[in-house]
Design a protein around this ligand. Structure first.
Ligand SMILES: [Zn+2]
Length: 381
């Protein structure tokens, strides 16, 4: 198999979008937002395919030349941009722009070859002004094949300066202010609140929901050939996200990247539950330097899941636990901390606050040390 992985779920959004396309009422700029890994970029590419299809119906026909090119990520009028690593070295702006286009082409080729590879990255990534200038130049040119061009910009919240260049967002904003008539721009974001308000206000928001766990499990069985049991366990962890599910699966004999982050998050829970301050410092030092802001944010998100699981077990609702493989340990912990259930709302709030901080320029170790102290106080009060 080569080309895009099949699109799963989101039938309601798909039919609403297809209706708007048929009626000629699809706005020129949309924002698909929803939890990470549920298929927002895949859905945006599906919409692009539909817009470019030569015989569109309720779905893209899947067979015309345009559809085949779209499905192989080779359609000259379907442009997919996503955050990349900061290019090494310097050089003229032209050289940089060229390097970024090469990197984008390399990643597209990789997705074409391995459509199911995990999209979870450990490296700091962002958008750069040269990328957005390239995008803008293409929007100004005529479509190569049909009558329109479609642009998909994934993980658009990363346009906010951190790894990204501050000017990248401005170039995109200019485009959204005066979009060419033959151009559709589709942004995706997990957290629309992180987009610049000036950009967000120019987009029609479309909510993309998590998938039912059964759909995720079926996808894993069909596409990755794993057992139903393993698929169900991973689907539960992934909470409706195929992208996350793939991130939990082993990768080349190693635990998947999200599995490592789940272990780190578990370490933090144990440290928060420890009566020893040294244990909390040690955990903060060990997990803190994990790297890019996405990694840190994932660890904190998974920590919130551990906290909820502990609270569920303490409240006698073990059947709702997400980390089912750790049920005996959670039970032992809950037996030691009978107030965990009452403390959980405050604990989850503290984790969320730390996650918000993690989006800025904070020292992760310090943030974690403070968080663990707060969690420990919540558990013992
Ligand atoms: Zn078609």
């Amino acid at each position: 198999m080569s080309g895009l992985a099949p699109l799963r779920g989101h039938e309601d959004v798909r039919s609403a979008l297809a209706r708007a396309v048929r009626a000629g009422e699809l706005p020129g700029s949309l924002l698909l937002h929803g939890p990470p890994g549920v298929g927002k970029q895949r859905l945006a590419l599906w919409l692009g395919q539909l817009l470019l299809c030569e015989r569109p119906g309720v779905e893209p026909c899947g067979e015309c030349r345009s559809c085949r090119l779209s499905l192989h990520l080779q359609h000259p009028d379907l442009h997919w941009f996503f955050p990349i690593e900061r290019p090494k070295g310097g050089g003229s702006p032209e050289k940089l722009a060229e390097g970024m286009e090469e990197e984008r082409a390399r990643q597209l080729a990789q997705i074409r070859e391995q459509p199911l590879r995990t999209l979870v990255s450990d490296k700091p990534i962002g958008f750069f002004i040269q990328q957005m200038q390239t995008l803008r130049r293409v929007t100004a040119s005529r479509p190569a094949m049909g009558s329109r061009k479609v642009f998909v910009i994934g993980d658009a919240e990363l346009l906010v300066p951190q790894e990204s260049s501050p000017d990248a967002a401005n170039v995109l904003l200019k485009l959204l202010e005066e979009p060419p008539a033959d151009t559709t721009v589709l942004l995706t974001a997990s957290d629309p609140d992180e987009l610049l308000p000036t950009i967000r206000s120019r987009l029609l928001p479309i909510r993309v929901r998590a998938l039912p766990a059964d759909d995720v499990a079926r996808f894993l069985v069909e596409q990755r050939g794993i057992s139903a049991d393993a698929a169900n366990r991973v689907a539960r962890l992934a909470q409706g996200s195929i992208g996350h599910a793939l991130g939990f699966l082993p990768d080349g004999g190693e635990p998947g990247p999200l599995e490592k982050r789940r272990a780190d998050a578990r370490l933090l829970l144990d440290a928060a539950a420890s009566p020893r301050a040294e244990a909390r410092f040690a955990a903060a030092l060990r997990v803190g330097p994990a790297g890019a802001r996405g990694v840190f944010s994932d660890v904190l998100e998974l920590l919130a899941v551990w906290v909820r699981d502990l609270a569920a077990v303490a409240a006698g609702a073990a059947e709702t636990v997400v980390n089912v493989d750790a049920l005996p340990e959670l039970e032992a912990l809950a037996a030691r901390l009978p107030d965990a259930s009452a403390a959980a709302p405050r604990m989850v709030r503290l984790v969320e606050e730390a996650r918000t901080l993690a989006h800025g320029n904070v020292n992760p170790q310090l943030t974690l040390a403070n968080l663990l102290r707060g969690l420990s106080e919540a558990l013992s009060s």
